[in-house]
Design a protein around this ligand. Sequence first.
Ligand code: NAP
Length: 282
Amino acid sequence: MTKNDGKNLTRLNNGSEMPMLGFGAVLETDVVDFNETYTHAWQAGYRLYDTASSYGNQIALGKWLKSLDCKREDYWLTSKVAQYEQGYKETLSAFEKTLKELQTDYLDLYLIHWPKEKTFFETWKALEHLYDEGLVRAIGVSNFEANHLDRLLTKAKIVPAVDQLETHPYFSNHVTHAYLKKLGIQHQAWSPLGHKGAELNDPTLEKLAQKYNKTIAQIILRWQYQNGVATIPKSTNAQRQRENIDIFDWQLTAADIESIDLLQKGERVMGAPDANYSEDKW
Ligand SMILES: NC(=O)c1ccc[n+]([C@@H]2O[C@H](COP(=O)([O-])OP(=O)(O)OC[C@H]3O[C@@H](n4cnc5c(N)ncnc54)[C@H](OP(=O)(O)O)[C@@H]3O)[C@@H](O)[C@H]2O)c1
């Protein structure tokens, strides 16, 4: 596995080894050439691809993955069951559709995209069934905070392996991070660069970028890595893709990590998970 070898794999609570840094595969369909973007990502060394049925890119991603001259076990594939697909039977059929679209016979990781109150346990039961059947190597959740995890664990047979959460310097999700650590669940950051937000111009991060002769994006991604947070930055630009994965042969000091931890302001780029938890509209 080129750049995703050994030193950036994390062992999940079921023994699976997942790359700590992967490619956030959401792309703007109208402005981007999928094949070219994914090919550049592959060439840069990305071996984890993060998608979801709601992203509308599974068919394109599946077609591109099929065209690669490699074995299926050479890359990690994550997808997610959408809010409007949740429920026991519904999740099983959504999963079948996802496998077809991605042209694969298994996923490495299948996540509940957002918690949904009404079908909460049924959806997890479906994921456990898929895991027992060997159709997914690991199961997990996304946008689950402590209250959702506590509820899930009252009935779950399997503890989620991963929780994918909004995480960037202005929204470090440190409270949930500490809870996940206690439960043995791997924290994975979505929008790790703050969705190209203000962090990319932050003066503290700018100073650190100068000190280490790195870019601000690299400082942020390295901070996540050293804090034990797996991450999935997205870029459509080949140079920035290479930059984002080039964070494994240098390190930040403990004091510099702490100075980034202090940037936390609780500023989300998307709504809180509880905002739509009880809604039926999704
Ligand atoms: N589970 C969930 O609910 C959830 C929600 C949102 C996202 N996600 C996942 O997280 C992935 C990443 O999230 P995201 O796309 O929202 O945000 P992101 O990775 O934080 O930021 C992407 C933005 O930053 C820019 N960028 C990337 N690398 C850069 C660099 N080195 N320097 C400067 N700008 C850079 C990109 O522009 P260019 O493309 O022009 O480089 C793009 O506009 C998604 O693809 C998806 O897989 C999951």
